[in-house]
Design a binder for this molecule. Structure first.
Ligand code: ZN
Ligand code: ZN
Length: 410
């Protein structure tokens, strides 16, 4: 076995055993891009070996997606195949696990009319709302892992020869996901424990407010009463642990919807819906985004913010140290899965119900009453860097350091 195929096998095992953590007799749905076919086949094998009942692979293809956006009539973007949405709901209802294997091309939809993209995202968001609520409340196990595609690798390594880019991106992915270590599954167990400890520490503090300072950033975020800090290691309704993002370095909670004020500047480009949004700033008043600036992708960003009522508010506050295996690669991945885990971030849109005490059992209305935002969208964007300082305001009004120089201060 070559070194590469050994690592690929470890990566597949990691996705199956730690990512979705497939249990005996459980169904697994794999949502995958054709680019990833050899890796998908490995994952399917590992899943059956772990005792999966059925593994259903749902394929998609970047070229077919692009062709639809170029050639389909405008009204096509208001339709969604409901049989697909219903099928996903039914599988989720019956406790299937869901693994997405992505190899996104950050420029896939470059030049496509932003209105088409916005309509497509909104239509899919509505159709998949019920299915998504299973994931957003951690009822089911779900996970996302990435594999390189030539288009993505070109974006990350434009200066390398064409024949070396994909290998270089594989190396970066293996480093970022700890696959390079002897025992990645064991390393991930230790890593999720460290993240859990950070979350426990923050939960004991019960900060009322976080204050961010950095280049172009001066922002305060109030946290709702009974908010919970959650780490990247999750537990589903059946009590099975899973890790939703591979890699994950974050500890996160929900902001108080109307408690965000000031200005925040992005520190990494955001790849959203096949377009790159670069060097942007958002200004908040009482939680609402009242100002949007961007050096690139402004129109796509504005449309995202205008999707619905809640897309002009935040739904997630995530703390991520500047130093991590992902950061140590010194790369911009042009992929949120990696970039958000190398940088403190926020999300525009929907909040996770489990970020409130007892939140998993609250209705949408009750979640809103307790200060959580709701929206069809949830889009993370990166705001952390080596000069990010964050203070936390304790219930007695005194402030203390949470982050200094981009890293944990405790
Ligand atoms: Zn996050
Ligand atoms: Zn998020």
């Amino acid at each position: 076995m070559t070194d590469f195929s050994e690592k690929l096998g470890k990566y597949a095992a990691l996705a199956v055993q730690v990512g979705v953590n497939v249990q005996p007799e459980q169904n697994l749905v794999v949502l995958a891009t054709l680019e990833a076919a050899p890796f998908v086949r490995l994952v399917v094998k590992k899943a059956y070996e772990a005792g999966a009942k059925n593994v259903y692979v749902e394929w998609n293809d970047d070229e077919v997606t692009r062709t639809r956006f170029e050639l389909a009539p405008d009204e096509a973007f208001f339709d969604y195949p409901m049989w697909r949405a219903k099928g996903m709901e039914e599988l989720a209802e019956n406790n299937a696990a869901f693994l997405s294997i992505i190899a996104a091309n950050p420029d896939l939809l470059k030049g496509i009319d932003p209105e088409r993209i916005a309509n497509a995202n909104k239509t899919a968001g509505k159709a998949m709302q019920k299915y998504r609520s299973y994931a957003m409340s951690d009822k089911i196990s779900w996970s996302i892992v990435a594999v390189p595609s030539p288009a993505w690798a070109e974006k990350v390594f434009p200066d390398l020869g064409e024949d070396r880019r994909v290998d270089a991106l594989w190396d970066a992915i293996f480093a970022a996901t700890r696959v390079n270590l002897d025992d990645p599954v064991g390393a991930w167990k230790a890593h999720t424990k460290t993240l859990d400890d950070k979350a426990d520490h923050l939960n004991a503090k019960k900060y009322r407010k976080l204050m961010y300072k950095g280049e172009g950033t001066d922002l305060s975020i109030e946290l709702p009463e009974g908010h919970l800090w959650v780490s990247g290691g999750s537990v589903n309704a059946a009590g099975t642990t899973f890790v939703a993002n591979m890699p994950t370095e974050e500890v996160f909670t929900a902001p108080l919807k109307e408690g965000v004020n000031g200005k925040v500047r992005s520190t990494k480009p955001l790849s959203y819906g096949g377009t790159l949004i670069k060097d942007f700033s958002l200004t908040f008043e009482k939680g609402k985004i009242v100002g949007v600036e961007a050096a690139e992708g402004l129109e796509v960003l504005q449309r995202l913010v205008n999707t619905d009522e809640g897309s002009a508010y935040l739904g997630e506050v995530a703390l991520v140290p500047h130093r991590s295996p992902i950061s140590d690669t010194n790369l911009v991945f042009f992929n949120t899965l990696f970039d958000e885990n190398a940088s403190s971030h926020l999300a525009i849109g929907n909040a996770y119900a489990f970020c409130l005490e007892g939140g998993k059992n609250l209705s949408q209305e009750e979640q809103q009453q307790r200060g959580l935002n709701s929206s069809l969208v949830h889009v993370d964007f990166m705001i952390g860097s080596a000069d990010t300082d964050i203070d936390g305001e304790l219930p007695d009004g005194t402030a203390e350091a949470v982050f200094r120089g981009g890293n944990w201060a405790f």
